[in-house]
Design a protein around this ligand. Sequence first.
Ligand SMILES: [Zn+2]
Length: 176
Amino acid sequence: MSQRFVVQVGDPILRKVCKEVKNFNGELAALLDDMKTTVRAEDGAGLAAPQIGVDARVVVVDVEEGFFEFINPEIYYTKGEQVGPEGCLSVKGKQGTVVRPEKVKLVYRDRTGKKHKLTAEGFFARAVCHELDHLDGVLYTDKAVEIYDIDAEGRRIANKADAEGRRIANNTENNQ
Ligand SMILES: [Zn+2]
């Protein structure tokens, strides 16, 4: 198991519609193990294969409910709506507000090729939607109603105009 390099926005692999997995073999198992190592090292909630440069419909999701491996996943039911912040390991230094379904049901294969169904709600549903979008070349920044800069701790940075305004106001005060 080794940590892989996470490609950043601008890399064409992030815009590809990824290929379905046909062979549930050792190569797939090794990919999944590397994805787990990588998502944990990067402290992410999920990772899609194209983010490490692999053209395959494979994602991992690492949330409160557990660690999940989804191969050839498809959402077949959605319900409700949630509005919340979202980031991406391939779009460093930014976060956005994205509208997602509150609940999704998906069908997927595990690493042995066995078919499963699963229901995800809340943040888990958001993570599933975000990762599955990656398999179709879609980034959250395409859907976000707002995108903003964050600092290393993930805190929102006020936009430059606001920061500049405060600086000028402070200087004015100091000058008086
Ligand atoms: Zn992402």
